[in-house]
Structure formats: structure tokens, C-alpha cells
Design a protein around this ligand. Structure first.
Ligand code: GDP
Ligand code: ZN
Length: 289
């Protein structure tokens, strides 16, 4: 039978099969092949005689795989940022968006702490929409906007991501009605992190799964190939075929349709600048190798 690993502790894996959770060990062959089962893995298991425990026989091919936290087959990201406290940092937001695109995740951009601003910056909202973001405004502390998120959970494995202090834990805990992620000020959290080893877990909710640990703890985009980077900018997509060179990186090449689209304000200049900055970092890293 097939199931999904929702938790793993000390070589034991908890596999959700229909309405049951079955404690499983993994076959030794995985270890020899250098393959470790991770949460999110779809697995084929065989029950032991007494049927309360099982053995993982096969790990199905992963759609994607993240490290720190180690999780497979994530389909969606709730990218959380605050309007204020901390201020919305576009560079950081773009980094998260690029990472989500790299892993081919559906993105729900959650803009929290709406209660702290007098009015919403419309230009900013327009820019975010141009990138194709599904936007949800929240006042998580007051529980506002959570319903919007609830409707997007079904059939997904969703990871929360975003900087510290924006309200990720507040949102997750309010959805679940219990403390699954630690809230509070940053210093308290990092202290806690030093002394405890966290096992990330998938929590079943609204016919989907939520990861109880924020995603993308390492924010470097360095590992992305320079040719791959442009595919993490969805708004470039429809212009790319107009470039003179089929392998155009929209950098120093002539007759580049993407650059023309930037000139014509069809692509936001800031997003293009962020693309070039990141591309140059990736190229510089390549040269160092
Ligand atoms: P995390 O680091 O992203 O998990 O953020 P937390 O959920 O721990 O929240 C950080 C701080 O922001 C806490 O003091 C929360 O009470 C506060 N907070 C969360 N949501 C809101 C909100 O909608 N409005 C305001 N004003 N504060 C919020
Ligand atoms: Zn081009």
C-alpha cells in the first residue's frame, strides 16, 4: 500500500495511509543507495504480520526535494511578509519568490500586519500582481484573512516561508488552534533553537498538509544555474521567444525582447534589476570555482 511520510524520528517513519498512521522502518537498501526517506515522500509500504507496523519498500520519485528542513514533494508556499515590523524588504521578497519558482511551487503571498498601516501601497500591489502572485492580506493577530488561506490548503503540501517576525507562527497556530510553531520575539526563538533538535512534521489540515517548520532557511540563490535563473521569473516567459538568440540570458545580448519589455514598462525595472544582480552573483561564483 501507498502512503506519505509525515514524521521521522530516529530511523522510524510515520506513514499516513488513508485514515491510519503506520510506524515504519526503512529497508537497508536505501541506506546503501545513499537515499534517506524524508517527510513528504510518497512511499510503498508492506505491513508486518500484526499490521500495526510496516516497512518502507519503495520511495516514489520525488517531484522536488528541499533541504533544511528536509522535505519532498512540496507543492505550495505561503510566502509571508509584513507590511511593517519588519518593513517589507523587496530584495528579500524577490529571493523567496525565485526560490519558490525554482521548486515550481504555487505561491500565495501573504501580506500580514495590515493593521499597522494606514493604507496599502497600490504601486507595490500592482508590481506583485504582475509577477503572478496570488495575494492575501492578513491581520493574523486578529484572525483576519485566515479563511482565505484555508481554502488554498486542500490537496497541497504547503510550506510557510518568509523572514523572522512576520507572523508565520501566528498564522499556522491560529489555523490549527494550537502552538505548532513558536511565536514571539526573535531572540527567544533562536535561544530555543540552540538547545533543541527539531523534527519537522507534516500536519494534516483541511485535506492537505502543512509543514510545521519554515522553509528555505538557507536563502542563497547561488546553487541555481545561470541558464536556469530566467525561468524563475514568470513574467519574462511570454517575451523570451522574441529574443534574437534562443539561449539569450537577457543580459548583454543585442535584440533582446525581455530588455525591450523592461524599457516599455511591461516588466518591472526593479524585478529585472534583481534578476541581473542575481545573475551576476551566479556568474561570479562560477568564475571562482
Ligand atoms: P514568525 O517569526 O514569522 O513566526 O512571526 P511570529 O508569528 O512569531 O510573530 C512575530 C510578532 O508579530 C509576534 O509578536 C506577533 O504577535 C506579531 N504579529 C503577528 N501577526 C500580527 C498582525 O497581524 N499584526 C500585528 N500588529 N502583529 C502581529
Ligand atoms: Zn533576451
Amino acid at each position: 500500500m501507498q502512503g506519505v511520510i509525515i514524521k521521522g524520528i530516529g530511523g522510524l517513519y510515520f506513514v499516513k495511509v488513508k485514515d491510519m498512521i503506520i510506524e515504519c522502518k526503512a529497508r537497508g537498501k536505501f541506506r546503501y543507495a545513499g537515499l534517506t526517506p524524508v517527510i513528504g515522500d510518497k512511499v510503498e509500504i508492506m505491513l508486518e504480520v500484526d499490521e500495526s507496523k510496516g516497512v518502507i519498500e519503495k520511495i516514489l520519485i520525488r517531484d522536488n526535494e528541499m533541504i533544511r528542513p528536509a522535505v519532498a514533494n512540496v507543492t505550495q508556499a505561503f510566502v509571508v511578509f509584513a507590511f511593517k515590523q519588519p518593513d517589507l524588504n523587496m530584495d528579500l521578497l524577490n529571493k523567496f519568490l525565485v526560490l519558490c519558482e525554482f521548486y515550481r511551487l504555487k505561491i500565495v503571498l501573504c501580506l500580514n500586519k495590515l493593521d499597522l498601516v494606514e493604507e496599502v501601497n497600490e504601486a507595490l500591489i500592482k508590481e506583485l500582481k504582475s509577477v503572478g502572485c496570488d495575494l492575501v492580506f492578513l491581520k493574523a493577530k486578529e484572525g483576519q484573512g485566515l479563511g482565505e488561506l484555508k481554502t488554498r490548503i486542500k490537496d497541497n503540501i504547503t510550506v510557510f516561508c518568509g523572514p523572522s517576525g512576520v507572523g508565520k507562527s501566528t498564522i499556522l497556530n491560529s489555523l490549527l488552534g494550537r502552538e505548532a510553531m513558536k511565536t514571539g520575539d526573535i531572540s527567544k526563538k533562536s535561544q530555543k533553537g540552540k538547545h533543541t533538535t527539531r523534527h519537522s512534521e507534516l500536519i494534516e489540515y483541511e485535506e492537505g498538509f502543512l509543514l510545521d517548520t519554515p522553509g528555505f532557511s538557507a536563502l542563497s540563490l547561488d546553487f541555481i544555474d545561470k541558464e536556469e535563473l530566467q525561468h524563475c521569473f514568470p513574467e519574462f516567459e511570454k517575451h523570451r521567444c522574441g529574443c534574437r538568440f534562443s539561449n539569450c540570458m537577457h543580459y548583454k545580448e543585442p535584440n533582446c525582447r525581455v530588455k525591450e519589455a523592461v524599457e516599455a514598462n511591461e516588466i518591472y525595472t526593479d524585478r529585472y534589476k534583481f534578476y541581473i544582480k542575481t545573475l551576476e552573483e551566479i556568474i561570479a561564483r562560477g568564475n571562482r570555482k
